[in-house]
Every structure is written in C-alpha cells, then in structure tokens.
Design a binder for this molecule. Structure first.
Ligand SMILES: [Zn+2]
Length: 386
C-alpha cells in the first residue's frame, strides 16, 4: 500500500525538517521491545545494564514517591510548618528538608497547585540532582571509552571479566589521567563523552520535571473541577510517562556506550589498521545493514585529504549530516550532495545504533603495553574461559 503525503504547501525549511524527522524515525530502531535487548558487544554489555539500572532506580524512586504524595500517604500529621518562600532555584540540603517538612505537614486536602508543583520540584531535586547526574555521566563516559581501549587489547571479554575491569577502572577523567598514559586524542574522546553524556542525562532530568509539572497540573485541575475518573486517568498517564522516561534513559545508555567504546577503540588503534564494521543484529536499519562487513582504514583525525568512504578517524560522526536523500530547493526536491549525507561514522551511526568494529586480522596491534599490563593484572591469572 502506498501512502502519499502532500508537502507541497510547506516551506523549504519545513519540508527539510519533516523529511529529516521521517528518516530519523526509520533509523531509530528503538521500539518497545528491542531497546531492552542486551547489547551485542561483550565490551559494553555489562556497562549498559549497570548504567540502565542506576537510572531506572532514580526514575522509579521518583515515581513511587510521587504516587505516595498523590495518595496522601506522606502526610505525617505533625504540626504545620510554614511554606518556604521563593520559587525553585536549586535548594540546598537544608532548604530541601524544609520543603519536605512543609509538604509532609500540609493536610492532603489543602494542597494547592503551587504545592503540587513544589512536590514535583522536590522529587526532581531528590532523585535527579544535577551534580549527581553529572558524576554519573562521568562514571559512565570514562568507563565506556575505556571499554573501547580494552577491546583494543583483547579479543573478547566474559561477563565476569567485564565486571572486574569495570570495578577497577577510575571513575573520573582526572583519576584516569593519573592512572594511565593518555594520548591527547584519547583525552579529547573522554572529555567529549563526559560532556555529551552529562548533557543527555541532565536534559532527561529537566524533561522529567517539566513533564511531571504539566501532567500533575492538568490532572489536579481536573480533580479540583470534580471531573469523574481524574485520579484513575492520572495513574494511567504516569505509567505511560515513566515508561517513556525509562526508555529515554535506556537509549542514552545504549547510544553513549556504543559511541564511546567505538571511539575509544578507534582512538587506541594505530593509524593504518584495518577494521571491519559489524552491524548484524535484530532490527538493524537499512543503512546499518548496508555497511555491515565494510572494511575501513583507521587514519588520524588530523591527516590531510581523508577519504570518508574508506577511512575512519576518531571523532568522525554523522552529526550535522542527514539520512534523507533529498532536500527542498524552491518548489522541488533535489538530491543532497554527498557531503551532506550520512557517512560511516567511527562511533554509532545514529541514536540507538548498536554497530561496532572488529579487527580484520586478530593480532591486535592496538593499545599501549602499559594498559595491556594493567588489564592482565586486573583480570588476574587464567580465567579467560569463565
Ligand atoms: Zn541503523
């Protein structure tokens, strides 16, 4: 069946935005079931699960406590406390306790819209505080880049070995720089990974707060107005909203781990090394299937005259490029120039891409001996088989 979409009346900008969105949707492969599948790479599989668990625990805590507030279960019956003044900025520890005391002593029937907004802000700061999220992001970024370095030194990794390595790795860039020799490229990879991941998780936290404020405002209004079924519909909405937020967190875990480990791997291999792209997994998109098995040569990022068709380098991404083959000029659609289109990126090809690199020859010409020594010491004797 063909479905035609008439975009004739749109402007150039609107047309391109619409086409990009459609093509993004084609490549997102993050439908409900597949986003929870274990990651295909043994080097990041455990890390993705750990980071997912940490995020889901935060979101789950937020949801459960919100439900308790909504059910009036947090009310202590203690003498009333005055409402702390001012709008939410960032509360100190003490201010946060004052807010909690005020809310806990306010009889549930007396909650105003402002009080409900205060509950959401309180929960956002309690479960998704920006400073904690930034350390979480750094923990994840450093480990995921280093798992790429581990791959440069080892062919495969069991779950038990992955746990050992993850436990032993430093949690911050500075600690890693003290522990290991780091090329400037490797340092740049971690710095960018840290920033990108922090942006992603703090954006998710902001979205959570905004969405919850909207949802609670709408539903408490319905309740105040006496609309039948308002409470029940709020419960359904919360289940949906948190389902989406959980998937958003999972998407960050999968995408960032893949991006960082691939970039970490590529930046740890000697220029001239040939690597093969592996994109064989359930629901890989058309683009990713097309590049499966493709052999690329690693070159350094500052090499002149790089060939995007046959070479990859640290930092080669699809950011700013499009998967939509055409764009609008005036009233017609024209083919995009090759330099506007997706190319084979060094990390992930797009959000939620699970592709990775494997060496063409198995002699692992990769990382420096010092890191190899650390890795062997961390993994201990001969438990490569477990
Ligand atoms: Zn894809």
């Amino acid at each position: 069946m063909t479905l035609l979409l008439d975009i004739g009346d749109l402007s150039e900008r609107q047309t391109d935005r619409a086409l990009n969105t459609i093509y993004k949707a084609i490549h997102s492969h993050d439908d409900d079931s597949s986003i929870w599948r274990e990651h295909e790479s043994p080097f990041v599989r455990r890390l993705v699960e750990l980071f997912t668990q940490r995020g889901l625990m935060r979101l789950d805590g937020f949801r459960k406590e919100l439900e308790q507030w909504l059910a009036g279960e947090r009310h202590t019956g203690a003498p009333r406390v005055r409402r702390p003044p001012g709008a939410m900025e960032r509360w100190t520890h003490g201010e946060l306790s004052l807010v909690r005391l005020y809310l806990e002593t306010l009889p549930p029937a007396e909650f105003t819209l402002d009080d409900w907004m205060m509950v959401v802000d309180y929960l956002a700061q309690r479960y998704l505080p920006a400073t904690d999220l930034r350390s979480e992001a750094e923990w994840f970024a450093v480990r995921s880049v280093y798992m790429g370095r581990v791959q440069a030194s080892m062919e495969s990794l069991s779950a038990k070995q992955a746990d050992k390595v993850l436990d032993a790795l430093p949690s911050t860039l500075e600690a890693a720089a003290e522990r290991f020799t780091m090329t400037s490229t490797q340092r740049v990879m971690i710095e960018y990974a840290r920033t990108r991941c922090a942006e992603n998780v703090t954006r998710l936290a902001d979205n959570t707060r905004h969405r919850m404020r909207e949802v609670i405002a709408y539903h408490t209004e319905q309740e105040f107005l006496g609309v039948p079924g308002a409470r029940h519909s709020l419960q359904t909405t919360l289940v949906d909203e948190f389902g989406t937020l959980n998937r958003d967190w999972r998407r960050i875990a999968v995408t960032e781990a893949g991006e960082n480990a691939n970039q970490g791997y590529i930046s740890s291999m000697a220029p001239g090394t040939k690597v093969r792209r592996v994109e064989m997994y359930e629901d890989a998109c058309g683009w990713c299937r097309k590049i499966d098995g493709k052999v690329m040569e690693i070159v350094s990022a500052d090499a002149p005259d790089k060939d995007g068709d046959t070479q990859i380098w640290p930092g080669k991404t699809n950011i700013g490029r499009s998967s939509a083959p055409r764009k609008r000029v005036g009233s017609i659609l024209v083919h995009r120039e090759p330099e506007e289109m997706w190319w084979i990126a060094a990390g992930t090809q797009h959000p939620h891409c699970r592709g990775r690199w494997v060496p063409v020859i198995q002699d692992l010409p990769g990382d420096d001996p010092e890191f190899g020594d650390w890795l062997r010491a961390t993994l201990g004797g001969n438990d490569a088989s477990d």
